[in-house]
Design a protein around this ligand. Structure first.
Ligand SMILES: NC(=O)C1=CN([C@@H]2O[C@H](COP(=O)(O)OP(=O)(O)OC[C@H]3O[C@@H](n4cnc5c(N)ncnc54)[C@H](OP(=O)(O)O)[C@@H]3O)[C@@H](O)[C@H]2O)C=CC1
Ligand SMILES: CC(=O)C(=O)O
Ligand SMILES: [Mg+2]
Length: 761
């Protein structure tokens, strides 16, 4: 049980990157978009006066219908007064806004819960309670965040009494649920019984008190749980630094210090401060000690420090860069998802215990293939270094809300019953956004096998920023191609520090490899009208040729380029240097994400007017790409017509492509030709074309020609508010990605990571 093993390097970001991230585009991390069209006079009449009067009357008559006619049922408020922001202290309501916006985004990202942050500018308990209590009609739940102890206990208790929707203080119960889940497994692995195990909790604030309350409710014996704070053991009769919440857990004992309390203890819970646990204390604990050092960002003791003196410990921290991360992001999105889905009036202890047990059970299950991908292919096995799933585990969205909803129904706090739990589990899985988890999986994989990526346009400011971010995130070495003096000057001007490990600058003109690169190019291009001196000039002067040749000859692993020249020009240069992978066709695939729905569109980059054979190839490449991104492909071969109507020569090509796929007996779902609305609307597909072979709405759209692919993805982006990633080059023999002319540093890093991932991990 070596706590040192398995340590990975987590993403490192600079202060400037954090500020730029928050300031870029629309400032902050949230915006609100309507769910209904607001285009015509009729829309307005329905959405507003006079139509809106009808649901108003319905709700006045039966308040439960507010869940049917408004956004209340999927809306959670994240509310803080900023009196205990993370571990940063009382910095006030306004300063807490970035954290609260962040929590709101996590609600959406992980569990498709709509959420808005509300910062309440008062440290007065009564004023705060009064402000929040009257907001009940707006929301399906209230997530309290970063409110100092003991105020948080009073506020939560009062609001729970006053409101008929779940009120949940995340720092208390979120932490307690996740810590308890890990503890259940750690006790199991070390063969301990809750009734007899001895636990010491350092930290008697919001998190500490909630944690010991939950473990006691699960079976820990009160006399076996010792609470400590800055004054030492909370014992019966102590007067200094006490409050009623600490008193409730005071024990009869002669032990007075944390060191005395830990002597022979089985479990340490740290919810206090950095460095509070010493190696001497760890030494004195029982055999196979369980140490959860959860203070953020620096734990009470590091896993390395424990490993130096004991090899039999199970260690967890609050951080993502060690195994066994106890973090409340594993809890609040899913717990509220389950509570909202049954319109729960509260989140009670049974629901908390159900969440903890479901989380613990998940870590014990074998990891299936698609889940292994979320763990960077590592396929963790239940044991001392894997007692709790990671936040990107795709099973969380179906397992945790299901358990919470069931517990709510069983304990009579659900206002709606879910009759078919299997169907509910499927519905939950569909809420997952596979692209976001795919991107994070790609980053994780690259971190495990870092790559040398050439940033061909190294003199550009956004490219330098991307290179710094690539290196900072420990994805590998970023190689900037450009004139050394220009790069240094531009970097200094933009305040970018390039003097760090894992950033190299290469001046193509001065490279010692130029002659070899020119020979390589000449070998390939001599029968295409290029003289040797043309090739020498290309290597010296054209950074795309230079960068691509570096990769072709193994001096780097991947290339990212595109901010200074248009896509097709860059692609032509690249194709002069790098061939298609044998047996493959090079295509462009774009990932369009809108409202939690993701489709892959192809070919968005290479074939201008593909013939039937080429369309069939594009479908195969796109389906294989979709699989790599975590989808089960359902490919629609698009046209302006659907299954022969209206007829026309352009649609015939697409029909022919479908026949070619039939002959090839490909192993994915496909059909066509069909129009985009049929492909994307499962109901329409079923009603009008019941013979269609797709089992649901298409998630891969093969466009009949480049112009339709390009026009539709750009319109989606500009008019539909979709995020479009790509076009990504698929099918080249060496990884190259071309970004758009207006790409931001974050786009360039994503593309660099995707290219590095394709280089093999
Ligand atoms: N991993 C996770 O998901 C989470 C981790 N945390 C971490 O837990 C810690 C506490 O958070 P929270 O409960 O919200 O904060 P609170 O301010 O509510 O409580 C802090 C408690 O820690 C005690 N304490 C502080 N320093 C020491 C020390 N050196 N030795 C012993 N006790 C100490 C305080 O003692 P006293 O009462 O005497 O002042 C107080 O009881 C933070 O580090 C936070 O980052 C919190 C939530 C989630
Ligand atoms: C994780 C969290 O909620 C906190 O540190 O406050
Ligand atoms: Mg918090």
């Amino acid at each position: 049980m070596n706590a040192k093993q398995g340590r990975e390097s987590g993403p490192q970001v600079s202060a400037q990157e954090a500020l730029d991230f928050h300031a870029s585009g629309r400032p902050g991390k949230l915006e609100i978009t309507p769910t209904k069209p607001m285009a015509t006079q009729r829309d307005l009449s329905l959405a507003y006066s006079p139509g809106v009067a009808v649901p108003v009357r319905a709700i006045a008559e039966d308040p439960a219908t507010a869940f049917d006619y408004t956004s209340r049922g999927n809306m959670v408020a994240v509310i803080s007064n900023g009196t205990a922001i993370l571990g940063l202290g009382n910095l006030g309501a306004l300063a807490s806004k970035p954290v609260m916006e962040g929590k709101a985004v996590l609600f959406k990202r992980f569990a498709d819960v709509d959420s808005i942050d509300l910062e309440v500018d008062t440290a007065d308990i009564d004023a705060f309670v009064n402000c929040v209590r009257y907001l009940g009609p707006s929301f399906g739940g209230i997530n309290l965040e970063d409110i100092k102890a003991p105020d948080c206990f009073i506020i939560e208790d009062r609001l729970r009494e006053l409101m008929d929707i779940p009120v949940f203080h995340d720092d208390q119960h979120g932490t307690a649920i996740i810590a308890t889940a890990g503890l259940i497994n750690a006790l199991h692995l070390t063969g301990r019984d809750m009734k007899t195990a001895r636990l010491v909790c350092n930290g008697a604030g919001a998190a500490g008190i909630a944690c010991i309350e939950l473990v006691k409710s699960l079976g820990f014996s009160p006399e076996n749980v010792i609470l400590c704070d800055t004054k030492g053991v909370v014992y019966q009769g102590r007067e200094e630094g006490m409050n009623q919440w600490k008193s409730a857990h005071a024990v009869k004992t002669d032990r007075r210090t944390l060191a005395e309390a830990l002597d022979g203890a089985d479990v340490f819970f740290g919810l206090s401060a950095k460095g509070a646990l010493t190696t001497a204390m760890v030494q004195s604990m029982a055999k196979n000690p369980i140490i959860f050092a959860m203070a953020n960002p620096d734990p009470e003791i590091t896993p390395e420090e424990v490993a130096e003196i004991r090899t039999d410990a199970i260690v967890a921290t609050g951080r993502s860069d060690y195994p066994n991360q106890v973090n409340n992001v594993l809890g609040f999105p899913y717990i509220f998802r389950g509570a909202l889905d049954v319109r729960a009036t509260t989140i009670n202890d049974a629901m908390k215990v159900a969440a903890a047990e479901a989380l613990a059970a998940l870590a014990r299950e074998d990891v299936p293939d698609d889940v292994a991908a979320a763990y960077g292919g590592a396929r963790p096995k239940y044991g001392p270094n894997y007692i709790i799933p990671v936040p990107f585990d795709p099973r969380l969205i179906s397992a945790i809300p299901l358990a919470v909803a069931k517990a709510a129904m069983e304990t009579g706090v659900a206002r709606r019953d879910i009759a078919n739990l299997d169907a509910y589990a499927r519905e939950l899985s569909a809420r997952r956004d596979p692209v976001a988890s795919t991107l994070s999986r790609i980053y994780d994989r690259v971190r495990k096998s870092p790559k040398r990526v050439v940033f061909a346009e190294g003199e550009e400011e956004q490219v330098m920023r991307a290179a710094v971010s690539y290196a900072n995130q420990k994805l590998g070495t970023a190689i900037l191609v450009g004139r050394d003096d220009v790069i240094r000057e531009n970097a200094a001007h933009a305040g970018i520090d390039l003097n760090r490990a894992n950033i190299e600058v290469i001046n193509a003109r001065l490279s010692r490899r130029n002659a070899i690169y020119a020979d390589y190019l000449y070998e390939r291009l001599q029968r295409k009208g290029f003289l040797l001196r043309d090739c020498q000039r290309l290597v010296n002067q054209d950074r795309n040729y230079f960068a691509a040749t570096m990769v072709a000859l193994g001096d780097a692993d991947a290339v990212v380029t595109g901010v200074t020249r248009n896509y097709s020009t860059v692609l032509e240069s690249i194709r002069h240097v790098i061939d298609a992978r044998p047996g493959h066709r090079v295509i462009g695939a774009s990932i369009a994400i809108a409202r939690g729905r993701t489709v892959i569109v192809a070919d968005t980059a290479v074939h201008d007017m593909p013939n039937a054979e080429e369309l069939a190839d594009i479908a195969e490449e796109a389906a294989a790409f979709a699989r790599r991104m975590g989808y089960d492909p359902r490919v629609a071969m698009l046209a302006y017509s659907t299954f022969g109507h209206p007829s026309g020569e352009r649609s015939e090509r697409v029909q022919e492509a479908v026949k070619i796929l039939d002959k090839r007996r490909v192993d994915f779902e496909y059909d066509g030709e069909m129009a985009a609305d049929v492909a994307l609307n499962a109901r329409l597909m079923q009603q009008q074309y019941p013979f269609c072979r797709l089992s649901g709405a298409a998630n891969v759209l093969v466009m009949p020609a480049f112009h339709s692919a390009s026009i539709s993805t750009k319109m989606l982006q500009e008019l539909g508010g979709s995020t479009v990633i790509g076009p990504l080059l698929v099918g080249l023999n060496k990884p190259v990605q071309i970004v758009g002319l207006n790409a931001k540093d974050s786009d360039i890093v994503n593309m660099a990571a995707i290219a590095a991932y394709a280089a093999g991990t």
